[in-house]
Design a protein around this ligand. Sequence first.
Ligand SMILES: C[S@@+](CC[C@H](N)C(=O)[O-])C[C@H]1O[C@@H](n2cnc3c(N)ncnc32)[C@H](O)[C@@H]1O
Length: 325
Amino acid sequence: MRATARKNMTENLKGADSEHIPVMAKEALDFLQCKPGGIYVDATVGLGGHAQAILEKIQPGGMLIGIDRDKESIEKAYARLKPFGESFRLFHDNYKNLSLILNNLERNSVDGILLDLGVSSYQLLTPERGFSFQSDVMLDMRMDRSQQWTAADLVNNMSESELADIIYRYGEERLSRRIAAAIVQEREKAPITRCSQLAAIISRVFRIRGHQAIHPATRTFQALRIAVNEELDGLEELLSEAFSFLKPGGRMAVISFHSLEDRIVKRTFRKLAGQCVCEAPPELCTCPRQAVASILTSRPMTPGPEELSINARARSARMRSVERI
Ligand SMILES: C[S@@+](CC[C@H](N)C(=O)[O-])C[C@H]1O[C@@H](n2cnc3c(N)ncnc32)[C@H](O)[C@@H]1O
């Protein structure tokens, strides 16, 4: 994409929230092949950046169904998409309820589905949402604020080994055991309730080990965020279920921001394409080999240098896409 075209698209999509620029929007639209009159699902509608771009392509007659578990984001998306009138429906819900939503709308097939996984920059950059180790606010991290448990609940109530496992598995943090031990030691003195308090505890574990390229709390905060929001639980099932709503020729595009998510997306797409996903030698492989999809991205797509120069958050994005046969 030429630099000026991307700049214009970015300016158009910035909308009311200047921090929010949808990631790989041009590429996502190209994969989805959005066409007038088509029905599309944006299962992670966020502030509506991608949704707006889709709606612009599917007029006249198209319909966008948007879902997000974050009520504030849905409200902002609604305000942004209002000019599109009756062409969209938004739902404050978990995308795991996608089939229920589509069944209630009496839509048993759609032309395209987009998932832009994880947290939005709006959530990360709003201090009171409690995602950032740089803020002296309540340790919250819930995408859906009607959910009961917060990051503080996990940190203060999980056993040391459960905490260590989460920090290791979801944060890929080598010092998980020492961090979990430090957390447990501190919480015996007083509950850990604030982001900055937890960040300081983690920093002390690292201080003995010298300089770090990223903030020492980065990986632990990622791990807690994934655990609080159960981000990886049922993702594979959701992707397969969502795929089953695609019309023949319909497409799904998934943008992920860390390797744990990308691995699940890759594995699910390979299964749908009838490829082996087990570790067994070929003669013992029992993977079902019936292909219902063709993979459009043999390697994940990543943002180009122009996008990275205007949106640093895009740097870890990877997009994979499949088409229903
Ligand atoms: C990266 S942002 C999406 C940004 C969006 N594409 C845009 O252009 O504004 C991810 C969004 O997915 C939402 N989300 C994450 N997990 C979800 C789930 N299980 N169900 C519904 N929404 C979810 C988050 O609340 C967040 O708003």
